[in-house]
Write a protein that binds this ligand. Structure first.
Ligand SMILES: [Zn+2]
Length: 125
């Protein structure tokens, strides 16, 4: 059973911003995550059942989409891509891409859970 804040307006913007910040989309105060990517079963502040929202592959999809368009494609504009050896390019770009991807994945998961909250797309309804 989920606890909903009385009178709270469920907008996609609210859910998205609270989720991206790693906060409970229902109250904006409790922590959304109980681990790196594990969503807490309930909010520690308002008791909302945040664990009911199943993001599935959505966060990975959005992470790939954003990293591909905002990082990989612009890399092709730099001259070092054409002049450095493949080993040098991989040694410098792969760790950076891995860190960026892991950082963005958590943010994307929070955003997806926030949108699921706004659209009432939890598993029990
Ligand atoms: Zn909450």
């Amino acid at each position: 059973m989920s606890v909903t804040t009385v009178g709270a307006e469920r907008t996609i913007k609210t859910g998205l911003l609270r989720g991206i910040a790693g906060r409970c989309p229902n109250c904006g105060r409790g922590k959304l995550f109980a681990g790196y990517l594990k969503v807490a079963k309930t909010c520690s502040h308002c008791g909302h059942a945040t664990g009911e929202y199943r993001a599935d592959d959505g966060p990975a999809y959005f992470t790939i989409l954003l990293i591909g368009h905002l990082v990989i494609a612009p890399l092709l504009a730099f001259q070092f891509i054409l002049t450095w050896s493949a080993e040098m390019i991989l040694a410098t770009t792969l760790p950076t891409l891995a860190i960026l991807t892991l950082m963005l994945l958590r943010v994307a998961k929070g955003g997806v859970v926030g949108v699921l909250w706004a659209t009432r797309a939890n598993a029990t309804q």
